[in-house]
Design a binder for this molecule. Sequence first.
Ligand SMILES: Cc1cc2nc3c(=O)[nH]c(=O)nc-3n(C[C@H](O)[C@H](O)[C@H](O)COP(=O)(O)O)c2cc1C
Length: 186
Amino acid sequence: MNFLELAASRHSVRDYKPDPIPKESLDKILEAGRVAPSAQNRQPWRYIVLTEPEQIKALVKHTGLVGLSNFFIKSAPCVIVACADTKKNLRVNGQDYYLVDTAISFQQMILCAWEMGIGSCWMAAFSEKILAKYLALPKTWRIVAISAFGYPKDEKSMWGKVVSSFAGSTKRQPIEEMVTYYDKGN
Ligand SMILES: Cc1cc2nc3c(=O)[nH]c(=O)nc-3n(C[C@H](O)[C@H](O)[C@H](O)COP(=O)(O)O)c2cc1C
């Protein structure tokens, strides 16, 4: 699979087999995040990794009301909470780059996992306040995203089907909407 095939075939997985992710695979996923670029190489990302089913179920109970929609992560064998230490933030042009940095790193992990047949699903639907308190995170940390990681089930559940069709998962804007070729001054 070349890179474009890998990136294009990746999709959010919301139904996971209970099979654990082998340690070597998890290490590779985390390494993919570690080598990511960041503004001024500040590497603000910090990852909390949960691999115990009981810990994952307990975590899901502390994602707040909004997190209820992501109940499916409780069946995943691994959940990673992507955080950023804002002490490592670079602010330029009024923009805080810790979010960009952490998103790049986390997406590298997601693609690395996918190459090994391990699915994931970015999640923004959680209460940061409740979750940060539960995890006893340092005050300078933000939670940027959560994702479950695990091998996709062969069949999607009804919920998996509904959410992907609601989110329009396979639809992408045409390239013309996305790209403007700069032609001033020619
Ligand atoms: C920043 C971000 C936040 C997201 N939050 C959620 C979420 O809370 N719950 C969920 O089921 N999917 C979530 N998604 C997954 C998107 O719905 C999904 O990526 C999009 O519909 C495209 O589908 P695909 O990932 O299958 O290609 C999120 C994705 C991103 C990038």
